[in-house]
Write a protein that binds this ligand. Structure first.
Ligand code: F6R
Length: 627
């Protein structure tokens, strides 16, 4: 989605704005622009396509300017042309916008009737002209912005530069993320903190309904009624180097390789092997009333949704509490039955996904308890929830999620264990007041000792999964020209099939679908012929024999099996045209963390062979801040 960056500096700003935009590239965009203010004049450079098209135009901007704003646009209203690229300007004002103005048509028609000429097809330009109209009455900028926001419906993170106040930038937040960064001799704003990481780690996360003003030496924040607010910065714990490629060809490859360390860190942070306990404080469970929880609903999108589907298997089994999983974009528009005994859990890497955030707001309004599993500290979703389990996976820049998925699955597993642990202690419980009886019930469901053993060896198994990647490259070379691909799995491996198919289509643009093995005969088997590669995920779990039957069904129709399973599984090997070995966990939910690694590599190598843009695949955005 669109990215915004603004800087007010006592020295030069153009290069830093450009570099800030480069750090926002991962969000996905199709045009870009920068505006600066120098000696009473607004200067702009804009281009279609990627930042490499904008770079040569930067020399046309006044290099000594200390104030400016940049934008990467992910087209929503109007094609990705230079004319539609931001900043939008009048003689007096430059404006950048992330989000969607839902009532822009009505506003535009009124403005046109009043004689305003529009240069672009965007919804954003409406805001520019509304602001120009307010300012033309002699109104101060803060009051003008207060007047404009009253007229807007939708989501917006706005940056505004104005000749009338040449040493300040104004920022408005409603629905779309905007942060303010505090420097020593300069201040910044951006759509996320990652853009500012090398410049500062002191960040003020604006809330919806707030207006900010930055100069080189000062920051002020008001609410939409004009009340001045006291906002202290948070200090980010991400280092600047965590946002670079560290010698890898792509961010995605780097992030795949980071998984053993992320998994190991999460386990050491959340698990106390000495006392065989999960650190429930770190999980934020002390902030919930677990005692009253009678059902759990996960809401999420995309990869995060698949991770939550794995939570359904492990959390429900461990806690004995019914778990359902919903797509955030569906949940928010139906009228789900919710009450104060429902715990709604948002799963989100970015913490900014608009649909997931809307679900949480709805759940809060219905009196539910709310919790999130999230990677980005201080982002909007954790701030809207009662408690959060932070993944601490470090920035994920590749658009296709990798380490966030495995980290989410681990977090769900540990959440389930922690909840079960609390039930066993009698601190929560869905049904039983009798401690001993509850204790027994949990003990019959959860083999804590086995779970701790499985967790202990997990990081080294993930490491092994990563070290078999050479073989996968050979498989990719064989299949990279395929037009279609199916992925099959059963039990928790069904979600590995879904995630494998999503990864492949996202970055290689090959049509791919994931199915539960048992569903094959109910339709998809019609697609199987000798041209159809079928990735069969068949770990040695209780679904193994059934998967083998599904594989036989495919073979009987000449389908091409790429088996993924235990290195010593001679049966699977003999049934596969190609075989990818994968380490095995004793736990079928933790197995998904291992089995998904070959899926990540397979899609990565196929995409590289096809020459697609691995880190920023076409049409996709990392942080989906519009509906
Ligand atoms: C796919 C992918 C997306 C995200 C989805 C939700 O690789 O990354 O499907 O999982 O857009 O994003 P978050 O987790 O930020 O809410």
């Amino acid at each position: 989605m669109c990215g915004v960056v603004g800087i007010v500096s006592s020295t030069r700003c153009v290069q830093n704005i450009f570099e800030g935009l480069q750090r926002l590239e991962y969000r996905g965009y199709d045009s870009a622009g920068i505006a600066t203010l120098f000696e009473g004049k607004i200067h702009i450079a804009k281009s279609e396509g990627k930042l490499k098209n904008l770079e040569p135009l930067l020399s046309k901007l006044p290099q000594n300017s200390g104030i400016g704003m940049g934008h990467t646009r992910w087209a929503t209203h109007g094609a990705p042309t230079t004319l539609n690229a931001h900043p939008h300007v009048t003689d007096e004002i430059a404006l950048i916008h992330n989000g969607i103005i839902e009532n822009y048509r009505e506003l535009k028609e009124t403005l046109i009737r009043e004689g305003v000429k529009f240069l672009s097809e965007t919804d954003s330009e409406v805001v520019l002209h509304l602001l120009a109209k307010e300012l033309s009455k002699g109104t101060a900028m803060l009051d003008a912005l207060k007047g404009v926001v009253k007229q807007l419906h939708g989501a917006y993170g706005l940056g505004v530069m104005w000749k009338g106040d040449p040493n300040s930038l104004y920022i408005v937040k409603q629905g779309s993320p905007v942060v303010i960064g505090l420097g020593k001799t300069e201040n910044y704003f951006a759509s996320d903190a990652l853009a500012l990481l090398p410049l500062t780690q002191k960040i003020i996360f604006l809330n919806d309904g707030e207006i900010g003003k930055i100069t080189a030496s000062d920051v002020q924040v008001w609410d939409f009624s004009g009340k001045l607010l006291k906002r202290d910065p948070s200090i980010l714990n991400w280092s600047a180097s965590s946002a670079d490629k560290a010698g890898f060809r792509h961010y995605m490859l780097k992030e795949i390789h980071e998984q053993p360390a992320v998994i190991a860190n999460t386990i050491s942070r959340l698990v106390n092997f000495g006392s065989s306990e999960i650190n429930i404080g770190e999980l934020g469970l002390n902030e919930l009333d677990l005692q009253s929880v009678r059902n759990i609903i996960y809401v999420a999108c995309g990869t995060a949704h698949y991770s939550a589907m794995i939570a359904k298997y492990c959390v429900e089994q461990m806690t004995g509490i019914p778990v359902s999983v919903e797509l955030a974009s569906e949940f928010r528009y139906r009228d789900p039955y919710l009450n104060q005994n429902t715990l709604v859990i948002a799963v989100t890497q970015s913490g900014e996904t608009a649909d997931t955030l809307a679900c949480i707001k709805h759940a809060v309004s219905k009196g539910c308890q709310t919790y999130s599993v999230c990677n980005v500290r201080f982002s909007s979703i954790p701030r809207a929830c009662q408690a959060t389990l932070y993944m601490e996976a470090g920035p994920e820049v590749g658009v296709a999620s990798t380490k966030a998925f495995t980290s989410m699955v681990l977090c769900h597993y540990l959440f389930g264990m922690a909840f079960a642990q609390e039930i066993a202690k009698g601190k929560s419980g869905n049904s039983d007041n009798n401690l001993n009886a509850t204790d027994k019930k949990v003990a019959s469901r959860v083999n804590f000792a086995a779970n701790f053993e499985a967790l202990k060896v997990l990081p080294s198994l993930v490491d092994r999964a990563i070290n078999s990647s050479g073989l996968i490259e050979d498989v990719a070379v064989k299949y990279y020209e395929s037009l279609n691909c199916l992925f099959l799995g059963r039990g928790p491996s069904f979600m590995v099939a879904l995630e494998g198919a999503l990864k492949l289509k996202e970055i290689s643009y090959i049509h791919a679908e994931g199915y539960a093995g048992g569903e094959l005969k109910h339709g998809p088997i019609a697609l199987v012929d000798k041209h159809m590669p079928i990735v069969a995920i068949a770990p040695l779990d209780l679904h193994y024999e059934k998967m083998i039957s599904n594989i036989e069904e495919v073979r009987a129709r000449e389908g091409v099996i790429i088996g993924v399973g235990d290195i010593n599984d001679s049966k699977l090997k003999s049934l596969s045209v190609d075989f990818i070995p994968c380490p095995q966990s004793q736990d079928s939910c933790l197995q998904t963390i291992l089995s998904v690694v070959p899926m990540q590599f397979l899609s990565y190598f196929i995409a590289v062979k096809r020459g697609t843009d691995v880190d920023q695949p076409r049409n996709l955005a990392k942080s989906v801040t519009v509906e």
